[in-house]
Design a protein around this ligand. Sequence first.
Ligand code: KIV
Length: 263
Amino acid sequence: MRITLSTLHKMMRDGQKISMLTAYDASFAALLDAAGLETLLVGDSLGNVLQGHESTLPVSLRDMVYHTQCVSRGAKRAFIIGDMPFGTFQISPQEAFRNAAEIMAAGAQMVKIEGGRPMLDTISFLTERGIPVCGHLGLTPQSVHQLGGYRVQGKAEDDAQRMLDDARILEQAGAGMIVLEAIPAALASQITAAANVPTIGIGAGVDCHGQVLVLHDMLDVYPGKKAKFVKNYMKGAGSIQEAVALYVKEVRDGTFPGREHSF
Ligand code: KIV
């Protein structure tokens, strides 16, 4: 039976950690599904790891629809989240709805939108019309040029306060989940304690309700420089299945991420 957003909210309330990895094709989606991951993210990180771009900015709606279709054919149980690519949700809530609807029709059960307060109207518009939305705060890769690089966010007191406020605002707008990327573990812990929806961390410490990594990073097949928060699960593993099983176990028992993967 398909995992739903209600299943994930219940896991949060019961104190059970949620495991997520990115997936872009049917074969890996089936493998991750069989490994018991609760959620798969069709991330626009496919721009980096599949297409070889330096950022996620060139990823199109067409790319996201295609890869979401592939993943949804492979995964029968996991909850599937599709990223809204750069330029498809910023102009108006109406346009965002039209584009999100394509990702949902491709097989996603939720869309992910990067950004805080400025996304409030769009998130309300989508969630009031039946499209679940996952927020994404902290290091938002689509804003890499605005942020001046892939840097840890929320270190200064005023930035940290803004992120705490943004998390509350996203939740009030209807976001059903929030990804926290590359922020101090203590800040993620505060956001998580105040949240009534699951927080999923990537470089945000162990206190989040769940964890996500980019599949090609944790399998050590991406040739680029690795972020501090990435753990190479292929090290010592006899197979991809074994590596993924260890990731799921470590997320569930709280041994990943360790202090060495956190800020
Ligand atoms: O696109 C992606 O893979 C993501 C994760 C890094 C959270 O947004």
